[in-house]
Design a protein around this ligand. Structure first.
Ligand code: LAC
Ligand code: ZN
Length: 475
């Protein structure tokens, strides 16, 4: 469903300026470059007008105009998504809106363990506001210093603590959202139980700005852990790694907060690209796991030491190190964080973000590695991700000494191989990065007709003119 939309004209820009004030409408191309940029080297957007509302009423007023004039509107948070979900059309026909001025923390309710924030709040500012109150807001991801909570919710961001605390969706008790006709729906009471009708909140969370604009949210706060232990270990196989996870969950009352994995081949590439990064193991023939145990008692270290000892004796792991200082913890994390950096540095032919039930992850990685070695013998590939969540990032990289670029057809064949394998194991073709603009065709091919029909029906119901984030998620 694509209706023809109109581009913004001068009269429209004047009307928007009347609503948003002098700093609310930006058309300076130099300033716009920053908002159109893709930080990961993907296609930049082409917006010629950026709107900066100050409050929810501003957002509603802008949307009413967009709806009546049939002009497409793309909302951008921190711009750190991977799949062009906040990219405005290259021809300048769509308005871009940033909620960066809506960055107030509206309320912290310590008894209810909630924080109410505006959508433009930077994630690390929310973490810091919680910390001041001796509470934890556990959503944590590589881009946390610049991504905004509105974008985190719109994309149902995952990150490093999903295993213990869930995705952004699980951390949200309510949202305020502006619908594509300008109506405002607010459910910001912070209720932990509310079965009064359909769950509308979860319709908007993860909809990537295609059904409405999230302008504020009530989020859950948690007690801060009193002990944190970070360890890195070499598992014998991925099956052994999943058994290690089960063992540590049992010993720690399910307090393993993250369980990340890097294949040995990926780690070798990290070493080649970043020789300065210290790697604790001389040889790592098996998958390397980075894990943390967060406990509200002072027992995380004992649990980790005993659990890893037991795993060593049981033949699940061959080696392990435990960080004994915050600096050592940081240096272990640097290895994990270097995986996406390495992929950015080498460049990729295809990059996917998939999930399967954790019990099938060993078989999936085996088949992926064998299949990719056959299909793309000259390309290195990277496999790493959030093992505890059954979530892998799989990328086929450019050959180190490339003589020719892979053709579009070769790239499409590789994608088809990866995604078909994942779906054959009951997995998802997009575990945490969403669909955006860049994965629309894969959604088309890998979702059932019934699911696609229902998604299109919802889009049609909420946004009949198709103004909200055109071209994203659904074609
Ligand atoms: C990561 C990002 C790519 O896990 O999701 O590194
Ligand atoms: Zn990830």
């Amino acid at each position: 469903m694509t209706l023809r939309l109109n581009g913004p004209d001068d009269a429209l820009t004047v009307r928007l300026g009347d609503i948003l004030g002098k700093d609310g409408v930006i058309s300076d191309p130099v300033l716009l470059d920053r908002y159109n940029a893709d930080p990961y080297g993907g296609t930049a957007g082409g917006a010629r007008i950026l709107l900066r509302p100050r409050n929810t009423q501003d957002v509603a007023a802008v949307i009413r105009i967009c709806a009546s004039e049939r002009v497409g509107l793309v909302v951008r948070g921190g711009g750190t998504g991977f799949l062009g979900g906040a990219r405005a059309h290259g021809d300048g026909s769509e308005l871009l809106m940033s909620l960066e001025r809506m960055n107030a923390i509206r309320d912290i309710d310590l008894d209810n363990c909630t924080i109410t924030v505006e959508a433009g709040c930077v994630l690390s500012d929310i973490q810091a506001a919680a910390e001041v109150q001796n509470r934890l807001f556990p959503l944590s991801l590589g881009a946390e210093a610049s991504c905004q909570i509105g974008g985190n919710l719109a994309t149902n961001a995952g990150g490093f603590q999903v295993l213990r605390y869930g995705n952004a969706r699980d951390l949200c008790l309510g949202i305020e959202v502006v619908l594509p006709d300008g109506r405002i729906l607010a459910s910001l009471s912070g209720l932990r139980k509310d079965n009064s009708g359909y769950d509308l909140r979860n319709l908007f969370i993860g909809s990537e700005g295609t059904l409405g604009v999230i302008t504020a949210a009530v989020l859950k706060l948690y007690p801060r852990p009193s002990s944190i232990v970070c360890a890195m270990t070499v598992a014998c196989t991925l099956e052994a790694a999943t058994r290690l996870l089960a063992l540590l969950q049992e010993r720690s009352d399910s307090n393993v907060s993250c369980f990340e994995f890097i294949s040995s081949g990926t780690l070798a590439l990290v070493g080649e690209v970043f020789p300065g990064i210290h790697q604790p193991f001389e040889h790592s023939f098996g998958p390397v796991v980075l894990l943390e145990i967060w406990s509200s008692r002072n027992d995380a270290m004992d649990i980790a030491v005993q659990g890893l000892d037991e795993a060593l004796e049981a033949g699940l792991i061959t080696d392990a190190v435990i960080a004994s200082s915050e600096a050592q913890r940081r240096s272990l994390w640097r290895i994990r964080e270097a995986a996406p950096d390495m992929i950015g540095r080498l460049g990729w032919v295809v990059a996917h973000d998939v999930s399967v039930p954790i019990s099938r992850i060993g078989a999936l990685v085996d088949e992926l590695e064998r299949g990719l070695a056959l299909r793309a013998p000259y390309n290195p590939f990277a496999v790493y991700g959030h093992l505890g969540d059954g979530n892998l990032h799989v990328s086929v990289l450019r050959p180190v000494r490339a003589t020719a670029e892979a053709t579009d057809q070769e790239a499409a064949d590789l994608s088809e191989f990866i995604l078909s394998l994942v779906t054959s194991k009951g997995g998802s073709i997009s575990a945490e990065h969403g669909i955006g603009e860049d994965k629309v065709s894969y959604l088309q091919r890998h979702k059932s007709q019934g699911e696609l029909d229902l998604m299109r029906g919802l889009k049609q119901l909420l946004d009949p003119t198709g103004i909200m984030n055109p071209r994203k998620v659904l074609p």
